[in-house]
Design a protein around this ligand. Sequence first.
Ligand SMILES: Cc1cc2nc3c(=O)[nH]c(=O)nc-3n(C[C@H](O)[C@H](O)[C@H](O)COP(=O)(O)OP(=O)(O)OC[C@H]3O[C@@H](n4cnc5c(N)ncnc54)[C@H](O)[C@@H]3O)c2cc1C
Length: 290
Amino acid sequence: MASLTRYRIGGPAGRYGRFGSHADLAAGLESLEGAAYRVLGWGANVLVSDRGVPEPVISLSGEFDCVEMAADTVDAGGAAGLPTLVGDARREGRAGWEFLEAVPGTVGGGLRMNAGSAETGLWDRVVWAEALTPAGDLVRVQAEEAGPAYRSVQLPEEWVFTGARLAAPPGDPAAVNEVHAERRRLKVETQVYELPSCGSIWKNPGGSHGSAWAVVDRVGMRGAVRGGAQITERHANFIANLGDATAADVVWLMAETRRRVHEAEGIWLEPEIRLWGFEPEELVSVGAAS
Ligand SMILES: Cc1cc2nc3c(=O)[nH]c(=O)nc-3n(C[C@H](O)[C@H](O)[C@H](O)COP(=O)(O)OP(=O)(O)OC[C@H]3O[C@@H](n4cnc5c(N)ncnc54)[C@H](O)[C@@H]3O)c2cc1C
């Protein structure tokens, strides 16, 4: 999985399949006969255990990798890159897409994560989204049925998002260009793009605790190194792979940070990243669900 994830970390998958059409995907899901599986986009938010992930891993390609602009909407497939979607929206002068500037990943992964900024998530732009269920049914949902919240959505984990229609009203091209450039400048300046990472490790705890990076910083973990992994100096909510990091290195830094934050501030940080293939006690140590 190291070659399939942005972190460049992780052992093998039980099985791996890439599906380029609805028919192939439905047949692939059917062949699993109800067994659990994982859906992978660009792996920009997934840390895979050094032992690998026992479940079959599926991803989308082919007909799912498309972006088509219409008068005031855009249709995007589940495998389309968020950078392609955002780049097209910017070039066409469509308003309201700067919140996803410099966010790596696919539309499918973005729907699952409700990717975006602190204020805006992808579901804020959804007219409808489509998903294939394990039973092979194609379902269409609107944003209000999906229960989107900060970096989450209340739809079954096993649904595979195959595409979405998104609002993309025309804007003032010059103003659109300017807000995109400013958002990109801010992200590249304050975050870490030159080393493998999964972006923000923790969700912002909010309230008086503020941003996750500030909490991590207050407990003295900024810059901490374990093996080949480091909590970056530039952004204390990023853990970078310096070259030969293992998943165990990243998990150690997460568990230690979480322990210190609880001791100092009485809160348990909640991970934003998804962890695959870990033992229950490892997941508990970082506050993750299985
Ligand atoms: C440098 C950097 C900056 C980042 N900045 C941001 C940011 O500003 N805002 C933000 O929100 N995120 C950010 N991220 C995290 C990441 O970009 C997003 O979470 C993105 O949505 C991940 O998309 P993906 O396709 O890589 O999903 P993956 O990492 O492959 O998967 C993430 C989750 O989505 C599920 N999934 C993937 N594809 C599908 C599908 N088709 N159907 C159903 N489920 C699916 C997976 O099972 C998994 O649970 C950043 C990451 C990096 C490395």
